[in-house]
Design a protein around this ligand. Sequence first.
Ligand code: DGL
Length: 307
Amino acid sequence: MHTLPIGVFDSGLGGLTVAREIMRALPEESVVYFGDTARCPYGPRQPHEVREFVLQIGSWLARQPVKLIVIACNTATAAGLALAQQVFDVPVVGVVEPGARAAVKATINRKVGVIGTVGTVDSGVYSAAVRLLDAGATVFSVATPRFVDVVEQGLRMGPGTLEDWLSESSDVFIRPSFYEMARDYLDPLKRNGIDTLVLGCTHFPLLSAAIQQVVGANVRLISSAEETAREVAATLEARDQLASDEGRFERYVTTGDVDEFARLGGRVLRRRTTDVAQVSLSELEALLDGRLREALRAFDAGESACD
Ligand code: DGL
């Protein structure tokens, strides 16, 4: 079991910010990364549809097999983590709880801001996760879907390391229009006096220099990547499943274009990604068998009973 890879997935490339942290923290571990680029973004989709995707990709990873699954996407974690933990035989780790934990550790005035996709913010998962850890904390959340577009466009433009290119020093893309949009999103959070801001979308660490400039140096930015990597390490250690580096490998899978994934993924990882393969959407859809459909139906019924 310990030689099996860790499966990591996201709606696209943003989850590579989590994968690179896992690979940095656990260099002996093999990783299979699945980017559902053909169906990105997940942020504006209904939770039911995102849950279907979580079950499809989780099943695909489970069949590799993998020893642990990381949902490296806040939107997918918000919609599907609890269901995935019910249906898969391996541990499933999401990115929301680790991000909330890091924020609660960091905040001094207990006013925490969260930015994410519409799906993540509407779900309220961050407020719930922060309050579970500190009932006295106040959470202010804002959906910032256009930040996802900025990263997606930024990835497709210009050569070089993405952070450099999207950083405050870049004259090319991060221009007054970005700062204007960022101020519109972030000023209300600043007015609420937050001292900590959770980057509740795996795309956003790639914008952290620019976001930091807008919120000011007094606000601590939290990316859940490091804390997620720690949780993965702790889970594997507790199960006595940590790998030695024997036969270590990395594999990348996309539902989109293989060459584009290799090129853009390399910019996030800051090195070449060679082993990239494509999985078709019809192959994924076929994995949603009767058992999973029934689990999904029961989960959805439970959710609507809670509304
Ligand atoms: N990576 C996704 C997340 O963390 C954002 C991109 C999307 O909308 O698919 O929520």
